[in-house]
Design a protein around this ligand. Structure first.
Ligand code: TXA
Ligand code: MG
Length: 323
């Protein structure tokens, strides 16, 4: 990053302003996590109800002690393996962490992102940067700088442009504050990855509902209704759907099909995730009657994508996920 731009970004953060920045997952809407006024600014810009906790982003693992009061061995193992990277750990909060950041809970979400621009910003700023995804509340997360502009316009003081985010969906959230790690939101780092790194099988949260904003079923919804259909039903649905439809499917457009816009998605889960929010945004702009999405395989590798698709279709269960 240009030194002058970096300096400007740091000055805005120190003055309590908002800087949107790229991470390897999605763009974040950053503010000084130690400044209550700045944190309030995040909620106003997003239109996000108060009480939804924010993730604090850090440059390095040696800053953890300033934010968490207890770092269990399993958290250290996961941190060593996956940070910097697309993982958020929920840990017991340090007493200095603002209630506005934790939503008044006894835990805090912490993440060390790997994106070079995020790292540069965090290192130059020195403190923790609270950053939710840089979208209006309830909308699809931004994976490009222009998405942030479209979502937040002038309510953000500066947008750092890092091109398209590599992962494309939000970080895996793992609660390490209560013994066995619990996956609160699936992401690129899967339950298999966690088991391999930590030597314990993480729990999937069916029994408790921590306050994760993405647990609202419609959290990732475009404004066009999204219908999720099984691969075997896809042909029937797209041939019979009324009006122009938008389709997101892992196969090519059928010959002669002229009922709307067909977006051919990747057949590989990482590539699919990388493009997912851009694809949904583009299809949403077409003003079709419906976005028909072909469901994805029910395997571990596709779990995070399947979760986001369910939520886009408003079918999210009330399991805690999302963001
Ligand atoms: O990939 C990501 O995690 C992105 C980038 C910018 O880092 N951030 C992100 O933030 O997705 P957000 O606020 O859109 O989603 C974070 C989720 C929210 O659903 C929030 O409720 C949950 O993390 N969360 C934060 N702190 C928590 C805590 N102490 N306990 C339980 N859930 C927490
Ligand atoms: Mg979010």
């Amino acid at each position: 990053m240009e030194p002058a731009l970096l300096e400007r970004a740091v000055r805005i953060l120190r003055d309590g302003g908002l800087v949107a920045f790229p991470t390897e997952t999605v763009y974040g809407l950053g503010a000084d996590a130690s400044n209550p006024g700045a944190v309030r600014g995040i909620f106003e810009a997003k239109g996000r109800p108060a009480g939804h906790p924010l993730i604090v982003h850090l440059a390095r693992e040696d800053q953890l002690e300033q934010w968490a009061s207890e770092i269990p061995p399993v958290a250290r193992q996961l941190a060593g393996r996956f940070w910097p990277g697309p993982m958020t750990l929920i840990l017991r909060r340090h007493s200095r962490v603002l209630d506005a950041v934790t939503g008044g809970q006894d835990t805090v979400g912490l993440r060390i992102p790997s994106h070079p621009i995020a790292q540069e910003l965090l290192r130059a700023f020195g403190g923790g940067i609270a950053a939710p995804s840089a979208n209006r509340f309830g909308h699809v997360s931004p994976t490009m700088a222009e998405h942030v502009r479209e979502e937040l316009g002038d309510s953000v003081d500066l947008i750092l442009d890092g091109g398209a985010c590599e992962v494309g969906i939000e970080s895996t959230i793992i609660d390490c504050s209560r013994g066995v790690p619990v996956i609160l939101r699936p992401g690129k780092i899967t339950e298999d990855d966690i088991r391999a790194a930590a030597g314990v099988a993480p729990a999937l949260p069916a029994y408790r509902a921590p306050r994760v904003s993405g647990s609202l079923a419609s959290h990732y919804a475009p404004s066009t209704p999204v219908v999720l259909v099984g691969s075997d039903e896809l042909d029937n649905v797209v041939q019979s759907a009324p009006g122009p439809v938008a389709v997101l499917a892992r196969r090519t457009k059928p010959k002669g099909w002229e009922r709307g816009t067909w977006c051919e998605a990747a057949t590989d889960p990482s590539r699919y995730a990388h493009d997912l929010y851009s694809n949904l945004r583009e299809l949403d702009h077409l003003a079709c009657s419906t976005i028909v999405v072909e469901d994805v395989p029910a395997t571990v590798a596709w779990r995070a994508v399947a979760d986001r698709l369910k939520r886009a279709a408003g079918q999210g269960s009330d399991l805690p996920d999302g963001g």
